[in-house]
Every structure is written in C-alpha cells, then in structure tokens.
Ligand binder design. Structure first.
Ligand code: ADP
Length: 502
C-alpha cells in the first residue's frame, strides 16, 4: 500500500474499532432476544424494545381480492391510493399526492382532517379513479381504508390509536391524547365521504403485509431508510401484555431503532457518541444512529475530520462544506463505494463538486473509500444481527414458524438453521427448491428503504452476517427481498384483514 506508516496505523485502528466480530454479533443477538422477551412480558424497565402489539392478526397469502383505499400521512405530503387486489399475488395501484401546507400543519386538527377527507373525495370521484373501483369488498358502497400514520401512537385496537405527541413539524391542537382514527372518521362523515377507516398501521407492518401478498408467510418486515425498524409475527401466547388474545398470531412492531440505548452491548465509537450528542434526540435510538440513512454520512464525516486533523487526509485541509453538520450525505457513500476504478476519479468529482475539496490525491480517495466501507459494513452487519435475532426468536418459541416445517424448541445457543435437521432426522438440503420439496418453506424478510435498496454490497454484507449467526444453510432458507409500497398496498391489506379477519 502507498499509505504512510502513520496512515496505516490510524486506519488499522479504525478498522479494528468498526469491525464487528462474529462473537460480538452473537452477544448482541442474545441480548436482543432477551430484550424482545422483556418487552413482550411488559417489563419495560429491562428493555429498550417497545414490542408494540399492532392488533394485526393475520397475513395475506395473495389470493385476496377487492378494491381498498390507503392513506399515508408522514410528512409534508398526504398520499391517497386505490389498491385493486387481483387475487393472484398481483395488484394494481393508483395514487395521488396532496401537499399539506405549513398552515395545515399547525391548524386545528379538525381543519387538517377536513382537508384529508376532501382530498380523499377528490381522489375517488375523479373519473380516472372511479372507473378503477372494480369490486367493493363488503358488497356495500363503502370503501374500506387503511391509514399509515407515521407519528407516535398507542394502539388499543386495529382501528384505534391515541396520538402521543406530534413530530416532524406538526403541531395541530386538539389531536394529542385523542383517537386519530375517530378524528378522521368524523371528518369523513362530516363531509359525506362514503369511506370507513378500518385500520391504523405502522410502516413496518405495512411492509410485512405488502411482502406477504407476494410471498405468503413473510415473517419479518423491516425498514432500512431514513430510520430503521422491524415488525414480525409473534405467537399471541408469547405476548404477556395482551390479556385475552383471540387469535393465534399477531404482528409486533419491535421499534428496534432504540435497541441498547444505554450502549451496554453496541460497539459505539467516539464518532457515534459525537453524532448522538449533537443529534436532536440524544441518548435514544442509538442503534438506528449506527445503521440508517439519516446518520451514516455524518459518522463518515466525523471520521474524515478526525483524519484531516491529524494531517493524514487532504494534506490536513478541510472545506467549509465538509465542516458543516450533516453535509456528507449517505448517498455519497453509495457513490463512493461503487467506484471500482483504479484512479477513483468519480470519487474526486464528489469531493470537488459536492464537498468543495479540490486538492485530493489518489491516496486520499482510497482512504475516503476505505472509511465508507468500514461504516457501511458495520451498518449491514448490525442490520443482520437484528434480523437474525428475530428469526432465532421465531425458531426457539414453540409454535412459531411451525408452518414453515422447522423443528421447534431450538435452544438459543444453537446455530439454529445451520445445525437444523428436519422431522425425519435428515439434514436440510442445499437449495431453496429442496427446502420446499421437504415441506420446509423459506423464511421471507420484506425490506423497504433506500439504504437496503441502493447501498452497494449492503445486502451481501447482511447475508454474510446472517450466515455467521444462523449457519451455513442461511442463504437457502432466509430470503431477503425488496418490499415496496408498504404504506400503499400494505395499508390496504391491513384494512382487508381488519374487515374480513383472514
Ligand atoms: P424513508 O425511509 O424516509 O421513507 P428512504 O427509504 O428513501 O425514505 O430513505 C431515505 C434515506 O436514505 C435518507 O436518509 C438518505 O440519506 C438515504 N439515501 C438516499 N439515497 C441513498 C443511496 N443512494 N444510498 C444510500 N442511502 C441513500
């Protein structure tokens, strides 16, 4: 290498700090499973995982049919969708976005809800859309709607949820402490819009349901985008916080972004601590801050400045842009990691055009790429850890994943999948085909988010981590897939489940 001794030493130390060994992953997984258990038992003191019951108690298998509405309110855009489920794992989706003005974000909640009701009416009565409403599921003229509402709520039923607090710039009075579904239903009634709000859904749950329509028995829905979170299917007998479960399974919203907020297990570095301290929510969502799109660029920026300050990069010179918080976008990391040329000229272009660093040598560019690889790889391995923990939980609880044909009651220390034998005592075979032939179904994980979708090698690094944790057969059994539009088709499917009880 053309690195100086000092460069080699400092970068070697960084590599050490950012690598997460298999045994570290093991410890994190075990602690994650323990915290899932504590959350399900309602022991909130011993866990950072909220483990919220969603009241969604069933999964689609792709045969469902009918026209449903979905509504997504998560920021400055309101999106209304019509989903026509075709019944053969296929659906058609039409949507329209409406801008939520600054005024509406602070107006009284009844004004915001009236705006939503009227937007829905505009959408469903437009000629283009009304002709697409082929099948009214309930036989009546009322359309059923699933509502993805990306603000903190506590749910008491699939169609009831109280707003805890506003975030993301909203502050409408009259909403906090009230049932969001009821507020919307009243506005729909007031404006004589013939729509019934059937389900309130979190985006991870929508992702799980959307994926399940294409891949029945999807076990996990996960987001690796601006933030990160996951939802999975739990045996209701395992949910101690539910008094009288009436169904066998229920989707749990893990809220895993908050895992280990006290940093007892996570390999946090000074760069992570700096980011956390300077974030809008210090001390929480520490795990999310090591993984998701909002933060990876900032960790990288912190490391680059650390190298600059030791004169190991860019000859010790930063730029006004690079000195600014959050100026190094995660998207740049994707572009940098995909540059496989020898001279790394594309990286020079990012450094010059986006970051104002005009003097950079090829060695500088190699170092920048190296740093991105460290941060990106750690994120993918930690993502694998959370996913593996949920799968292990599923395999270790009697009854769960039973439909998949896997042996039950594997102990936690077991390399669950790797050491798996089926009921006949033979080893699980190599390929997904033979897995299916033996009556074992692949475990599908539906994933949404730009980081998973666009970050180079993210998936491959995740699979590597999963394999270390779950054993050599992982690739054949655990199937990661991109699940788009959880807030559209996923919410529509939640409305269907709520009204049909599939
Ligand atoms: P959201 O999670 O908000 O619904 P996305 O899944 O698109 O939306 O995630 C947005 C996040 O992904 C942002 O934090 C952004 O920095 C990051 N991002 C956008 N493009 C890329 C990319 N090409 N590679 C990696 N991260 C990206």
């Amino acid at each position: 290498s053309r690195w100086s001794d000092k460069q080699s030493k400092v970068l070697g130390d960084l590599a050490e700090e950012f690598s997460v060994s298999t045994s570290q992953l093991e410890r994190l997984t075990t602690a994650f499973i323990d915290q899932m258990q504590a959350g399900l038992a309602g022991d909130q003191k011993s866990t950072d995982l909220a483990m919220i019951p969603t009241f969604v108690s069933g999964r689609p298998d792709g045969h469902e049919r009918g026209s449903y509405l979905a509504l997504d309110l998560g920021g400055t855009n309101l999106r209304v969708c019509l989903i026509a489920l075709k019944g053969n794992n296929d659906f058609e989706s039409h949507s329209k976005a409406f801008k939520v003005s600054d005024h509406l974000q602070e107006a009284h909640i009844s004004e915001l809800m009236d705006f939503i009701a009227i937007s829905i009416r505009d959408f469903i009565t437009s000629e283009h859309i009304s002709s697409k409403i082929v099948e009214h599921p309930s036989g009546s003229e009322t359309l059923e709607l699933g509502f993805t509402f990306s603000f903190p709520v506590t749910q008491t039923a699939i169609d009831a949820g109280m707003l805890l607090r506003w975030t993301k710039g909203f502050s409408c009075p009259g909403a906090v402490g009230n049932d969001i579904v009821q507020l919307l239903q009243e506005a729909l009634n007031r404006n004589e819009v013939n729509v019934h709000v059937a389900a309130l859904v979190n985006d991870t749950v929508g992702t799980l349901l959307a994926h399940s329509y294409k891949h029945p028995n999807t076990f996990i829905g996960a987001i690796f985008g601006t933030g990160t979170n996951g939802a999975y299917v739990e045996d209701t007998r395992g949910i101690k916080t539910m008094t009288t479960p009436t169904t066998e399974e229920m989707i749990i919203n893990i809220e895993w972004g908050n895992y280990d907020k006290d940093k007892r297990f996570l390999p946090v570095t000074i760069f992570d601590n700096k980011l956390d301290r300077e974030s809008i929510n210090p001390g929480v969502h520490v795990f999310e801050k090591m993984i998701s799109g909002m933060y990876l660029g900032e960790i990288t920026r912190n490391i680059l400045l650390h190298l600059i300050d030791q004169r190991l990069l860019f000859d010790g010179t930063s730029s006004a842009k690079l000195n600014q918080h959050w100026s190094f976008e995660t998207k740049y990391m994707s572009q940098i990691e995909s540059d496989t040329s020898v001279t790394l000229i594309p990286i020079a272009q990012i450094l010059e055009q986006d970051l104002g660093i005009y003097l950079n040598t090829q060695v500088d560019r190699e170092i920048v790429k190296f740093v991105c690889q460290l941060v990106g790889k750690r994120a993918a391995r930690l993502s694998a850890m959370a996913t593996a923990a949920v799968i292990r939980r599923g395999l270790s609880v009697e009854g769960r994943l039973a439909g998949h044909g896997y042996p039950l009651k594997l102990s936690q220390g077991d390399h669950a999948i790797g050491s798996n034998v089926n009921k006949n005592g033979t080893n699980v075979h190599e390929s997904t085909d033979s897995v299916v032939n033996q009556g074992l179904q692949p475990i599908h994980v539906g994933i949404d988010g730009s980081v998973f979708e666009h970050y180079p090698h993210f998936e491959e690094r995740m699979v590597e981590g999963l394999t270390e944790l779950l054993g050599p057969r992982t690739k054949d059994i655990v199937v990661l897939g991109i699940a788009r539009d959880g807030s559209g088709v996923g919410a529509a499917l939640a409305a269907l489940i709520a009204t049909k009880n599939v």
